[in-house]
Design a protein around this ligand. Structure first.
Ligand code: ADP
Ligand code: MG
Length: 339
């Protein structure tokens, strides 16, 4: 992964937090939507053993969901660390992934909450590295260590991950086939936020996807967006993280340009004040982002309303198309760090 000093400085200035996650499942047990109680508990058992075998720098504690108080659960969710219960009107819930909730579900994390694993949500395991700030390389490195360690720990216990030589990692949602990797930054974009649909188009031009500030299909509160790579398959982990870095660099440049224009417009307007009766500002003042800001957007994951299957556009399909031309420079050839 290549991140120039200029990019690092830009990310440090604009990015609130960085997260890299991927889906991992264990061969021999049904995926959560179709799992029996026994499967789910067996998976939890395998994962607990794997967590116990992690190297010192990745060590943490496993918290079964049923053992958390609702205050603890709320706090973890508010911090962006924990999944939500799949609702019956969401594809995941309707597909059966919410049965016997919260049995067999849980979260593993270290004290700093920079290394996390989810147990039996959409996938048997989601591995996550995250931290405040914009050090994408550091977060990705930790993600890679976690990825290798979980695989190694599962194999040490006589298990293997669901992985196909052609498709890569297998998971519940076809959109996650391949690397299963989503590398995201939380970033405040007051100018681009004024037109969420335009923002989505711009992101798509860089093979990126915007989400709201508390997960898929949530609103962008305070103009804070979660922007990540859109594809999971057809590219290496390194290439996907690089696309995110380069795309975000371009998006920040656009945001700065718009902000400069808006400031210029306001300056011109206030100069004209006095001679004109009312000087209308060129750039609208940041208006509050209402609920449902993302309504009507093309949804690429499975969390769309069951009643609107037409809105679901699988990522895998998008990934199969010829990669869109991005204004960003093509990432330099870099060896994949994980298969
Ligand atoms: P995924 O399915 O990829 O885990 P979701 O959209 O379901 O993603 O979001 C999961 C949680 O992770 C949400 O609470 C979201 O706000 C949080 N999150 C995603 N990206 C970041 C980030 N870069 N920094 C902090 N929190 C994040
Ligand atoms: Mg999710």
């Amino acid at each position: 992964v290549v991140m120039s000093d200029e990019q690092a400085a830009l990310f440090q200035k604009y990015v609130k937090s960085t997260r890299v996650r991927a889906a991992r499942n264990i061969s021999g047990y049904a995926l959560p939507a179709g799992a029996s109680k026994e499967d789910r508990l067996a998976v939890e058992g395998v994962l607990k053993e794997a967590f116990g075998g992690l190297p010192a720098e990745l060590q943490g504690t496993y918290y079964p969901l049923g053992g958390l108080t609702s205050e603890q659960e709320d706090a973890l969710q508010a911090g962006g660390f924990l999944f939500q219960k799949p609702g019956p009107m969401q594809l995941l819930g309707a597909a059966g992934a919410g049965r016997d909730w919260p049995d067999g579900r849980g979260i593993f994390h270290n004290d700093a909450k920079t290394v996390l694993c989810w147990c039996n949500e959409e996938d048997q395991c989601r591995i996550i590295a995250m931290e405040n700030g914009g050090d994408v390389k550091g977060v990705f490195e930790r993600f890679c260590s976690l990825s290798h360690a979980i695989k190694g720990a599962a194999e040490a216990n006589g298990k293997k991950l669901m992985e196909s030589p052609n498709l890569g990692f297998l998971g519940t949602c076809p959109s996650n086939l391949g690397t299963g990797l989503r590398a995201s930054v939380m970033i405040v974009l007051p100018e681009l936020n004024k037109d969420p649909h335009k923002l989505e188009e711009i992101c798509a031009g860089f093979d990126l996807q915007p989400r709201g500030s508390s997960g898929e299909h949530s609103a962008a509160v305070g103009a804070k967006w979660d922007i990540s790579n859109k594809q999971r398959i057809g590219f290496s982990e390194v290439e996907l993280v690089q696309k995110m870095i380069d795309g975000i660099t371009n998006i920040i440049a656009m945001e700065e340009e718009l902000a400069a224009k808006a400031a210029g417009g306001e300056a011109a307007a206030s100069e004209a004040e006095g001679s004109e009766e009312t000087a209308a500002p060129v750039g609208e003042e940041s208006k509050p982002q209402g609920e449902g800001a993302m309504e009507g957007q093309a949804m690429d994951d499975k969390e769309g309303e069951v009643a609107q299957p037409a809105a679901v556009e699988p990522e895998a399909e998008a990934a199969a198309e010829a990669p869109a031309e991005t204004p960003a420079e093509a990432p330099a050839e870099t060896p994949a760090e994980t298969p």
